[in-house]
Design a protein around this ligand. Structure first.
Ligand code: NDP
Ligand code: MG
Ligand code: MG
Length: 341
């Protein structure tokens, strides 16, 4: 059984007299800064020059500094910029300004696991990886609940790194839900695998293939959208509540029988063998190298793939249909976020 920690297992007093520098104020950054602040922790936000987030963070009453200044003030420095920029951000703006005994925190193990960042021996290296998007991490905290997280320590220079990590997770609200002990390697490899093979890559391509199959057979795109995409959330909610068994219990016997006989025709031995190949590319660093090389070159492959994804016919149909859903507030959020990007 995994080691799981809850509120009583973590002591916020470990963060007393310590200042937490949150570098970045995006999806995770705003949630960490605000949740910690509301938990009574001293927080300073570090942002790049000319950042459009300065005003947003100040509006919330947060102290905002340059990345260099915030780092210099931080007893804990949590790096919440995108993974692909962390390497140069760390080398150029963070490392030269770190207190000699500052603890360095991450929300994903990527840069430590693949050695893009190699902090010197005096620093604790800690991980608090929330298992949810930043906006949910903030919203659940505000409503009195928490988002679960997984935590790890790669380097325990102070001898207190685990206590510090648990305290941080408590300030974030994560120990309200439960926090599981892991390692940087396990977190990084399983996170990348989950998002590639199942959650993002697997699901989005499964939806697209289902949509293509129905529309190519002459069915209306609007109907296809409902059948292979819209209802997915309802199914996933049931799985989230009570596992696959609850989902099968709730849907019709016809659907359940179809699940058993047809599911294995879609997800075959070949699919699993592809999953093993994906995992092996993650484990041996092939995926990381490809991602970072493309990013370093200005992201030509990434940009082209994003444009191709956005041009898929299901996106157009979905945009029109979602306008019908007056109850679907998230549709507007998405459109705003989309325009900003
Ligand atoms: P975002 O893309 O939302 O972060 C954007 C922030 O990083 C902004 O404040 C932005 O500055 C800043 N930033 C971007 N580029 C630079 C740069 N070159 N130099 C300095 N600052 C920069 O990141 P996420 O919150 O998605 O991810 C942060 C970390 O959290 C990653 O390690 C990720 O893997 C991890 N994580 C993310 C999850 C999520 O929900 N998104 C879930 C769990 C972990 P500006 O405001 O000026 O634009
Ligand atoms: Mg993940
Ligand atoms: Mg991830």
């Amino acid at each position: 059984m995994a080691d799981i920690f809850y509120d009583p297992d973590a002591d916020l007093a470990k963060l007393k007299n310590k200042k937490v520098a949150i570098i970045g104020y995006g999806s995770q950054g705003h949630a960490h800064a605000l949740n910690l602040r509301d938990s009574g922790v001293q927080v300073v936000v570090g942002l790049r020059e000319g950042s459009s987030s300065v005003a947003k963070a100040k509006e919330e009453g947060l102290e905002v500094r340059s990345i260099e200044e915030a780092t210099a003030e931080g007893d804990i420095v949590m790096i919440l910029a995108p993974d692909q920029v962390q390497r140069s951000l760390y080398a150029e703006q963070i490392e030269p300004n770190l207190k000699p005994d500052a603890a360095i925190f991450f929300a994903h193990g990527f840069n430590i696991r693949y050695d893009y960042i190699q902090p010197s021996a005096g620093h604790d290296i800690c991980l608090v990886a929330p298992k949810g998007p930043g906006h949910k991490v903030r919203a659940t905290y505000e409503s009195g609940y928490g988002t679960p997280a997984i935590i790890a320590v790669e380097q325990d220079a102070s001898g207190e790194a685990w206590e510090l990590t648990k305290a941080y997770a408590k300030g974030l609200g994560a120990t309200r839900a439960g926090v599981i002990k892991t390692t940087f390697t396990e977190e990084t490899e399983t996170d990348l695998f989950g998002e590639q093979a199942v959650l993002c890559g697997g699901v989005s391509h499964l939806i697209q293939a289902g949509f293509e199959t129905l529309t190519e057979a002459g069915y209306q795109p609007e109907i296809a959208y409902f059948e292979v995409c819209h209802e997915l959330k309802l199914i996933v909610d049931l799985i989230n509540e009570g596992g696959i068994t609850k989902q099968r219990w709730s849907c019709s016997d016809t659907a359940e029988y179809g699940d058993y006989v047809s599911g294995p025709r879609v997800v075959t031995d070949q699919t699993k063998s592809a999953m093993r190949d994906i995992l092996s590319d993650i484990q041996d660093g092939t995926f990381a190298k490809r991602f970072i090389a493309d990013q370093d070159a200005g992201a030509p492959e990434f940009t082209q793939l994003r444009e191709k994804g956005e041009a898929h016919p299901i996106e157009q149909v979905g945009r029109e249909l979602r306008k019908m859903f007056s109850w679907n507030q998230a549709a507007d959020d998405y459109q705003e976020g989309h325009a900003q990007r």
